[in-house]
Design a protein around this ligand. Structure first.
Ligand SMILES: Cc1ncc(C[n+]2csc(CCOP(=O)(O)OP(=O)(O)O)c2C)c(N)n1
Ligand SMILES: CC(=O)[C@@H](O)[C@H](O)COP(=O)(O)O
Ligand SMILES: [Mg+2]
Length: 649
């Protein structure tokens, strides 16, 4: 299929970024005198402001990591040395320095650059990024592999992780293992005291405390430098870790921080925007043996006042006017609401009537609109940080004692919590409502963020209820239904973006029968079975088919599990071709469930399954990706026509 290629031109009028334009790879950067680095940093910032104002993406994190990025590529011999970015939403500066400046206008566009580090895109992108907290484990694996392959000690591996991402369980597991595995891993903690929203949790308070004991840490670093000059520490030689730790301990007494307690040498906190300092410290510590952590304090949004003032809004601000800092927005204020807001408002309504209801978010309180209830009932909403697994088990504990938790988590991040859903909720049949936001194709975030696996991985779990509303009223009714009985885990999945019905607030939620779908139209040639918002595309395709004289029966299944057997029997009895449509992987979800049921009940209609084909889907606008996957209205219409022609034979 011929798709429109993105525009690759960027505005570099009048040689606006002279230094940056002279850097085609980090080797060019490394040829510059250190005195030129502040200017490189300011050109990167200018470039990001101009580019992202027109082609939106993750803004504030990349702005805050500019000096760190420049210093890393200046000091380390990339790509031989490895940099592993955590999440990767702060890596735009890295993209600009590693040969992708001229393509940056295609960032996040279909066929263009990925918004995250992607090893398929560049040898400088060492590991897949997008989901938080994996960098320490991945970098540890890479440095250990280096050693086993005889590369070490020359190859440096650096994990760059934010203050919120380091609080994720996976990062802790990585630290725990890094501390006892022989390795030369360098972890850079980029601490801007922010997650997307305010950072939460004890580690966050602890990092703030470290900052208040700065005098001690500076003193400690000076002593390290003294010892290094005396050749007592520094070289990659056996025993230097021990000597360093012992020397420090004997000089400073017992005070140590959490990282030192884990036997990971700690340096900092330093000002992450003082490029000379960062370069100096990196040079000082890069040859050291053993795991080390460098703690840098940065400002999210640094260099752009509106973003510094409100970093949460500027995490991913959308289009904006570069000069005034006014965000242009996507017209969200008018017309239908976002699905997340329907969820957020409905949760608050339900919670007002039912004291058992509590809300849980894993660091996505504004993203899921859990902040609506959080603002009204702060004591009944829990932001547990980037810890989806914990969120589910915590919900299990609450439910076990009689509460009715609603955990709202993006579908793709819920992949982190699979065992907890089974082990800590489903086996005990605990009444947890799991609201999977961003279900289906999400668009520009791409391969790491599409919520396309949930139906397939949840369907085999015994006793679980899996539902997906086609419209806002059904979302509200499903939420009410989930707390109206003792159903055990009750999943409700809905997409990113806006719904369709601006009048949803006028309709009172109703308890609906679990496992029952709706017949939206009757017809004799073809049966279309859709789930969730895919129903809207099916309605449009069926209207077009009707205009061509094809008679389509269309069922909105609402529930994947339990599936509506009455509908399946009706369709099976008719013996007409069946088309299933879902905004998830084609193998394992609705289409598979229907095919299995038909075969088990000795019905053998032709079944055409429309869903995401068996491959990973890249980034782009949702309609572009739908089209590319053969899931859009045109594809459904073609499938209906083809099926009808066969049934007529
Ligand atoms: C597993 C997972 N959960 C949630 C997210 C959504 N998310 C993306 S960035 C982010 C905040 C990261 O904060 P931090 O690591 O401190 O970096 P900063 O944004 O402050 O630069 C969150 C919660 C994610 N990408 N992955
Ligand atoms: C990097 C990351 O994981 C988040 O910032 C994510 O991109 C948010 O997605 P939404 O824009 O759908 O909230
Ligand atoms: Mg942060």
């Amino acid at each position: 299929m011929e798709m429109e290629r993105p525009d690759t031109t960027i505005q570099e009028a009048d040689n606006k970024y002279p230094l940056l334009q002279s850097i085609d790879s980090p080797a060019d950067l490394r040829r510059l005198p250190q005195s030129a680095l502040p200017e490189v940093c300011s050109e990167i910032r200018e470039f990001l402001i101009n580019s992202l104002s027109k082609n939106p993406g993750h803004f504030a994190s990349s702005m805050g990591a500019v000096e760190l990025t420049v210093a890393l590529h200046y000091v380390f011999n990339t790509p031989y040395d490895r940099i592993v970015w955590d999440v990767g939403h702060q890596a735009y500066g890295h993209k600009l320095l590693t040969g992708r400046r001229e393509l940056f206008a295609t960032n996040r566009k279909f066929g263009g650059l990925s918004g995250f580090p992607n090893p398929e895109e560049s040898e400088y992108d060492t590991f897949t990024a997008g989901h938080a907290s994996n960098s320490i484990s991945a970098a540890l694996g890479m440095t250990v592999a280096s050693k086993l392959q005889g590369e070490s000690p020359r190859r440096n591996v650096v994990a760059v992780i934010g203050d919120a991402s380091i609080s994720g369980g996976l990062a802790f597991e990585g630290l725990n293992n890094a501390a006892i595995t022989p390795n030369n891993l360098l972890i850079i903690l980029n601490d801007n005291d922010m997650s997307i929203d305010r950072n939460v949790g004890a580690l966050n308070s602890y990092l703030t405390h470290i900052n208040t004991t700065k005098a001690y840490n500076t003193f400690r670093y000076r002593i390290y430098k003294l010892l290094k000059n005396m050749h007592l520490v520094g070289e990659r030689s056996k025993g230097s870790i021990l000597r360093f730790n012992n020397s420090i301990k004997s000089l400073l007494g017992k005070q140590q921080n959490i990282f030192e307690g884990l036997n990971i040498r700690y340096f900092g906190p330093f000002d992450g925007h003082d490029i000379d300092r960062v370069v100096r410290v990196l040079n000082d510590i890069k040859e050291m043996d053993g795991p080390r952590i460098l703690h840098l304090r940065t400002v999210k949004g640094k260099g752009y006042r509106p973003a510094e003032k409100d970093p949460a809004k500027w995490h991913a601000p959308g289009l904006f006017d570069a000069v005034s800092g006014k965000r242009i927005g996507d017209g969200s204020a008018s017309g239908p609401s976002k699905w997340q807001d329907v969820f957020g408002e409905t949760l608050l309504e339900l919670a007002r009537d039912d004291k058992r209801i509590v809300g849980i978010t894993a660091a996505m309180s504004s993203g899921t609109s859990m902040n609506i209830m959080q603002e009204a009932m702060p004591e009944r909403v829990f932001d547990v940080g980037i810890s989806e697994g914990h969120a589910i088990t915590f919900a299990g504990g609450l439910a076990k004692e009689g509460m009715r938790p609603f955990a709202a988590i993006y579908s793709s991040f819920t992949q982190r919590a699979y065992d907890q859903i089974i082990h800590d909720v489903a086996i005990q049949h605990l009444p947890v409502t799991l609201c999977l936001d961003r279900a289906g194709i999400v668009g520009e975030d791409g391969v790491t963020h599409h919520g396309v696996f949930d139906m397939c991985y949840l369907r085999p779990i015994p006793g679980i209820i899996i539902s997906s509303p086609m419209d806002e009223s059904t979302l509200r009714s499903l939420m009410l239904t989930s707390v109206s009985g003792n159903y055990g885990p009750f999943v409700i999945r809905y997409p990113r973006g806006k719904g369709n019905d601006a009048m949803w607030r006028e309709k009172t939620p109703e308890v609906i029968p679990v496992g029952k779908g709706h017949k939206l139209r009757d017809g004799k040639d073809v049966a279309v079975l859709s789930i969730g918002p895919t129903g809207r595309w099916a309605v449009a395709a069926a209207d077009r088919a009707a205009a061509e004289g094809i008679s389509v029966a269309h069922y909105d299944m609402i529930f994947l599990k339990p599936i509506d057997e009455e509908i399946l029997r009706e369709v099976g009895e008719r013996g007409v071709p069946v088309i299933t449509i879902e905004d998830g992987m084609r193998d394992g979800g609705l289409g598979s469930a229907v095919a299995e049921w038909m075969a088990d009940h000795d019905y053998h209609p032709e079944i055409i399954r429309i869903g995401v084909p068996d491959r990973f889907v890249a980034h782009g606008k949702v309609p572009e990706l739908m089209r590319e996957c053969g899931m859009d209205e045109d594809a459904i219409f073609s499938a209906i026509k083809e099926a009808a022609s066969k049934s007529a034979v």
